[in-house]
Design a protein around this ligand. Structure first.
Ligand code: WTA
Length: 671
């Protein structure tokens, strides 16, 4: 495999490094130089002293406690970390805190008139909320929620697009001690219903609809559909975003404007224990059903507060744009809680990044003077659809730091981002973390860590990360192994909602209850730089969104026409992965069943998970014991050599190979 490396960007660099590309199990060694953080950036960075690594190694507890002390606590913690009930680690034991107070009230004295949230609608509409505005709106909604019967500990689902009300709703829940469950607006009614039922949500905050690619999406209709099967929701609060005609059930559905009208603009924050849950975030795992990841109040806040400051280098006059939707963990940690606890200004954008033209993102950066831009590789790949000469027309000089998250970024995409968007002035922080970790774990510190395009570099200060083989032994340089975290950290999740069995089994069993198993494969190079390969379990990253192949299989298996199926990830140039389905069906109605499968996945999960490739086949590759070997299919689709010695029916793989090419899309029938 040839790697395009443009040497022009390395002019200021000194050292030459090696790294490996894995293709057909052969290793290709490519010479590569590191890129040092640009000097102008270094001079002003929040963290400039390299001793942070050695100091933290000596006193990692003190490192976190120093950050924690910068926040407001009603009562300080007695014990920093209680490990007695491992793997249930509890940080800041008996500390009392309120997250909304730390994200709003704490800043009112000095930043009352500062923009907290800037919103751009897809249609070009614009709204700005100062910290004072945010305070007032959050307090009014908090009072309204209480009046509607929301109590401390109740679960409130938030099913909303990227509008300021989503942030207000999250903070209002945090203020009164309710646990929010934000559900990505792209999920189907059925996926929403599952999350409502599983979390026992009694309340939903939603909106009538929103724009996506110029089209109206009727969100409230999905809520109505979801509530047909789940009677637990007592109240639905509806934001009027579009003013479209929707059905409102008397005594259940209330317009947001009506419930906040007349409410006092003051609401005392609830004093919360550091280990009370702040929110539940559903995510896909290696099992069929989504898991509710429960995060804490104190530890989570300390983690995202500290990393926003250290890694995203957030400062007072920044305009920080993290493109994540609120319904994903990145939207929680680095749109809302991290930046606002730092008193920052966040920009949110409602629509599609390439609508109505492929340069929309640059237009927004110029319009608002965005200085820190944090996004996913999928979006970076999409950004190149705006031609170079078009990019040049936009003033991107406000940018000073770029970030990436959610999936591995290929070196050439990294370099393109560095040169064309950052103009070689902006470091890139490639941040590795997960829903479960709450915040960053592995990432460069932007002023201190020399970067290697494609590598997430090194663990942040305070983290003990390792790569180990199946027996738990640390791997040698360039040897692929399992990425693990060997010491708890404040943002680590508390539990899986109502499912402690899977909490222990999926994360804390493989190497014992002191080692957190991430589910990712990675290797180190000979400088100790970490290169993440991807998931080793049945989880896919599609446009930075986690999808479980087992979940998709279960959904497809609900169709009578389908006898058996295997779902795998197929490489996708823009989205990282797309979904490929290999199915054995009853009858020969291929075109129709393909359509039914598409519809079924869309209805049950959401359109983002719709299969790109559907292959009807008389059989699937199997072991002696008739077990389907999905790995054989995915290795073929990923262009790797397939190990056929374990298969009892290798001929089926030959037939599949004759019918489809590696980069096939569409519907195929293997005879
Ligand atoms: C992947 C998103 C490579 C990884 C914050 C992880 C990454 C999963 C990176 C978690 C990165 C995240 N480089 N891979 N910088 N960041 N991942 O829970 O496979 O949606 O396990 O959290 O995304 O996805 P999640």
């Amino acid at each position: 495999m040839y790697l395009a490396v443009d040497t022009a960007v390395f002019q200021k660099s000194a050292e030459i490094h090696k790294f490996l590309m894995f293709k057909n199990k052969q290793c290709l060694v490519v010479s590569m130089r590191v890129i040092y953080p640009p000097e102008d950036f270094v001079k002003k960075a929040n963290v400039r002293d390299p001793a942070i690594y050695s100091r933290t190694a000596e006193d990692w507890k003190g490192f976190w406690e120093d950050f924690a002390r910068e926040l407001h606590w009603y009562e300080p913690w007695d014990v920093f970390l209680d490990e007695s009930k491992a793997p249930y680690y509890r940080f800041f034991v008996n500390g009392k805190i309120n997250v909304a107070y730390n994200c709003i009230d704490r800043h009112l004295e000095g930043k009352r008139t500062k923009a907290a949230v800037i919103w751009e609608g897809e249609d070009g509409a614009q709204r700005v909320l100062t910290y004072q505005d945010l305070y007032r709106e959050v307090c009014r909604l908090s009072n309204a929620l209480k009046e509607l019967g929301v109590e401390k500990g109740d679960r409130v689902a938030i099913f909303m697009p990227n509008v300021p009300e989503t942030i207000i709703a999250m903070l209002a829940c945090a203020r009164i001690g309710a646990v929010h469950v934000v559900v990505f607006e792209g999920f189907s009614a059925r996926a929403l219903a599952f999350r409502l039922k599983d979390s026992h949500a009694n309340f939903i905050i939603t909106c009538d609809g929103y724009y996506r690619r110029g089209e109206i999406h009727r969100l409230k209709d999905k809520v109505d559909e979801a509530l047909k099967g789940y009677q637990g929701v007592k109240r639905v609060i509806v934001v009027k975003r579009l003013g479209i005609e929707i059905s409102m059930l008397p005594d259940r559905d209330f317009w947001w404007d009506n419930v906040v009208k007349g409410q006092k603009a003051r609401c005392e924050p609830e004093i919360m224990d550091a280990n009370d849950p702040l929110f539940i975030m559903y995510t896909s795992g290696a099992i069929a059903e989504p898991k509710g990841v429960v995060h804490s109040t104190g530890g989570f806040l300390v983690h995202v507060y500290a990393t926003t400051k250290m890694v995203l280098d957030l400062k007072d006059n920044d305009v920080f744009w993290c493109t994540a939707e609120p319904g994903w963990i990145t939207g929680h940690s680095y749109v809302v809680y991290g930046p606002l606890s730092n008193g920052g200004t966040v920009l949110i954008y409602e629509g599609a990044p390439d609508y109505p033209h492929p340069c929309r993102v640059y237009e927004i950066i110029e319009k608002y003077g965005v200085s820190v831009f944090y996004t996913v590789p999928t979006l970076i790949r999409m950004l190149s659809a705006c031609k170079d000469e078009e990019i040049e027309k936009y003033d991107l000089s406000s940018l000073r730091l770029l970030g990436s998250v959610g999936e591995p970024i290929e070196p050439d995409t990294w370099l393109w981002f560095y040169r064309k968007v950052g103009k070689e002035r902006c470091p890139i922080v490639d941040t590795w973390w997960q829903t479960e970790t709450g915040g960053h774990v592995i990432s460069p510190l932007p002023a201190l860590t020399p970067m290697k395009p494609g590598s997430v570099t090194k663990p942040l200060p305070g983290f003990l990360v390792d790569i180990v083989d199946d027996g738990g032994k640390p791997t040698k340089p360039f040897q692929i192994g399992n990425l693990v975290i060997k010491r708890p950290f404040p943002g680590i999740f508390l539990n899986l909602h109502a499912d402690p069995r899977h909490y222990v089994k999926l994360y804390w069993s493989r190497y014992g209850k002191k080692v957190y198993y991430t589910g990712d494969a990675a290797y180190r190079d000979d400088d100790g730089y970490i290169w993440v390969i991807g998931r080793v379990d049945d989880v896919l990253n599609i446009s930075g969104h986690r999808v479980s192949t087992v979940e998709v299989e279960h959904v497809i298996m609900e169709l009578d026409e389908v006898k058996e199926c295997a779902v795998i990830g197929i490489p996708d140039r823009v989205r990282g992965f797309a979904i490929g389905v290999f199915a054995i069906i009853r009858g020969e109605n291929y075109e129709e069943v393909a359509k039914t499968i598409q519809e079924k996945v869309k209805e049950s999960i959401g359109s983002f998970a719709k299969p790109s490739l559907i292959v009807f086949t008389p059989d699937l590759p199997r072991t002696e014991g008739r077990k389907v070997v999905k790995r054989a299919l995915s290795e073929f689709m990923n262009g790797r050599d397939v190990e056929i010695s374990t298969l009892t029916n290798p001929e089926i793989l030959r037939k599949i190979k004759e019918t489809i090419k590696r980069d096939s899309r569409g519907v195929y029938v293997v005879k």
